[in-house]
Design a protein around this ligand. Sequence first.
Ligand SMILES: [Zn+2]
Length: 331
Amino acid sequence: MSFSSDCKEELCRVPCDKACCRMAELGALYMTLGALSLLGRGQLCVQFATESPAIARRVFVLLQKEAQIVAQLHYVTHARFGGVRECVLTVGPRQAPALLIRLNMMEPGEDGALTLRWTTPRVKLNRDCDRRAFLRGAILGCGTLSNPEHGYHLEWIARDEDLRQNIARCLQSLGVPVKQTERRGVVSLYCKQSDHIAAVLTAAGAHQAVTTLESLRVRRQVLGSVNRAMNCDASNIQKQMDASQRQQRQIEALLKTERFSTLPPALQEIARARLRAPDLNLEELGQTLAPPIGKSGVNHRMRRLMQIAGEELGGGEPALPEPGPPQPDGS
Ligand SMILES: [Zn+2]
């Protein structure tokens, strides 16, 4: 199961207790999955088509609870699209007018005869609860969510201008900026920021999906900072080892010359300490001396020692700050 279908299954389980919310959600589902057909002699039927049995069940329950309609379910297999099976719910001509009236698409005219005024539902989105319900229906009907392990992307493929306006209005009320794109003539609305996606999913009622999203985001952040710290440590250790090895080579070479015995005792001491303890950094090296000295003291002595070794041995061993960027080996 993908994150997107997990999230939709969760949305299908969100309780929808209030009539106003049921109508808002049903309105979004009609705008995304519904179609109106003329049967002749003024008769109409409404069909909802979806690949998801969970969404078909959701539509069935909303129709039953809100308009006392028992829709007929059948399956259609599309040979053209790799044998995709669609669930189709049909509201027949006897019950379709009741649904269309509830969706504010049909009204009685002056003569009392029912007239179809609009081809899409007029959904009331003045209340918070209804905007949340509309978003839920729109995600179920035409939304897709990318796997958050690979990136953050929530998109509504919304062919209908009314649908886009309604989604945009709901998102604006959540303070979520909405972006629009067009690919091969198909217009989509989308959000790409994890906190915006979390706000939309929370509003729609997909709390489990938000938890998954948040824990993945935190895990990613922690992994990022751990990796940065580890890389930084590894690179500092490597620099320190490189510096120590250069110091050892210079000291060993200097020991073979007359110059070594003429060095001040402090420099001889630090030279011997380095040969005894090649793995220690300067601070630790200072602690092995009697009496111990601090890092800057060790750094000063080592710098002077390397300078003398450079003069004595030639090849210009540079003075060595530590830790610092790797330097070319002059010997
Ligand atoms: Zn409501």
